[in-house]
Write a protein that binds this ligand. Structure first.
Ligand code: PMT
Length: 403
């Protein structure tokens, strides 16, 4: 299962036997990292109690349009603004009709009108009701209005009949919501990620480089895209295919990576330096292949490369800046040193040179530090880890840039 990127999901439960499945949906969404709030229609409360959803979501359940306490703060408007997406599951024929015709006589229908975020609907009803022309007209109308439908599925129904009308399984609904990049917590945010190694040429055929495969940075690019961000990926030479929606800039040397990053930085909201940038380059690149000498020893003079992440973090108008620290030992003290000396907002430190994790491994673990906190992200595959790190970055970015 994918992991949600701080998605704020508003689940509306209507009255139908499938309402019990929505309890599992809340559990799955929360397990995936999403924040979930629940509203229930009056009929829904005949099938499952608000207490069930309160316990599973960790928040009070909203049930009434004219709630004395909530209405002071314009409860429905507030909820509509809060949500990254609204999912109605199960959605009854009655509710589809209401929404298609713009009625606003209860909490859910009013909230739907106030919602500006993407709306998903998982219908559940008897197969004859689903096929009825008027229901299909309402569905077509809602689709025209931009509502996305998940299901219904065909199969045995609670009433004993067979056909279309079963609510989709919670896992399928959860997956659809997590895969939806139009409602992510980084919607409209420009994320710039550097990935992979750099190559510092010595002569036309030789170079200094490192073991970075680019997997960590490319996984972060995918995670940022999943969260709805616009992603630019500045990549050193790797054997990976970049996510199709990312704007890929290929570079080879640290100087090229520096220039590519700086050319994008003015429009960047979050910069993540996951690349293993060579600290030094050859002071002189030979035009011809260096020949073997008589001496047993040979010396290559090196010159310092610019520190890209520090250059970004020291800009007057710096984006939220995330660095990595690759260490063989004393991880915490070196990472904290880099966090401060490079003026970073957050640093993700990993052990390298060990049997598992770090360079060119499919798995990794991270120790993440920021000015007043830290979090350990346990060993897992790099895509999962990237999603968890992106979730944390998103949280800290929004804390620093409240909207
Ligand atoms: O690519 P993979 O095989 O998946 O491996 C992932 C990784 C181990 C490369 C990645 O997780 C990682 O740790 N990347 C940073 C590697 C590194 O160069 O770390 P560092 O501690 O030397 O540098 C600290 C930070 O400064 C990094 O954000 C680095 O990108 C940045 N830096 C370093 C030197 C330089 N000239 N410019 C920089 O921006």
């Amino acid at each position: 299962m994918d992991i949600a990127i701080n998605k704020r999901i508003l689940l509306a439960v209507c009255g139908g036997i499938a309402a019990y499945k929505s309890a599992e949906l809340v559990r799955l969404l929360r397990k995936s990292g999403a924040e979930v709030r629940v509203i229930m229609t009056e009929a829904a409360q005949q099938f499952v109690t608000p207490l069930t959803f309160q316990a599973l979501s960790g928040h009070a359940v909203h049930t009434a349009l004219l709630d004395l306490t909530q209405e002071q703060a314009m409860g429905h408007i507030h909820l509509a603004r809060w949500a990254d997406c609204l999912i109605i599951a199960p959605a009854t024929a009655d509710m589809l009709a209401k929404l298609a015709h713009g009625l606003a006589d209860d909490l859910l229908s009013t909230l739907y009108l106030a919602a500006e975020s993407p709306v998903f609907v998982a219908p559940a009803m008897n197969q004859a009701m689903w096929h009825k022309t008027v229901t299909q007209e309402n569905v077509a109308k809602l689709k025209q209005h931009g509502v996305s439908f998940i299901g219904p599925e065909s199969g045995e129904q609670a009433c004993g009949e067979l056909g279309f009308g079963r609510m989709s399984e919670p896992a399928a609904i959860c997956q659809t919501l997590l895969n939806d990049s139009t409602s992510g917590a980084l919607q409209g945010v420009n994320v710039l990620i550097s990935a992979g190694p750099t190559r510092e040429p010595l002569d036309p055929v030789r170079f200094i480089s490192n073991r970075s495969s680019g997997k960590m940075g490319y996984s972060l690019a995918q995670a940022a895209l999943d969260a709805g961000a616009n992603v630019t990926l500045v990549s050193g030479p790797v054997q990976l295919t970049a996510p199709a929606q990312a704007n890929l800039i290929k570079v080879e040397t640290a100087l090229e990576m520096h220039d590519a990053v700086m050319s994008q930085i003015a429009s960047t909201d979050i910069y993540i330096g996951a690349a293993a940038v060579a600290d030094y380059r050859a002071a002189q690149v030979e035009a011809k292949k260096i020949k073997k000498q008589q001496d047993d020893n040979s010396v290559i003079h090196l010159q310092k490369n610019p520190d890209i992440v520090a250059s970004v973090a020291n800009l007057a108008n710096k984006p939220f800046t995330v660095g990595f620290a690759a260490e063989t030992d004393e991880l915490e003290s070196y990472a904290l040193g880099k966090l401060r000396s490079k003026n970073l907002d957050l640093i993700a430190a990993n052990y390298v040179g060990q049997a598992e994790g770090g360079f060119d491994s499919d798995r990794n673990a991270l120790y993440v530090y920021w000015a007043d906190g830290q979090r350990h992200l346990a060993m897992t595959d790099k895509q999962q880890l990237a999603t968890q790190l992106m979730s944390l970055i998103t949280e800290k970015y929004h804390e620093k840039n409240p909207t």
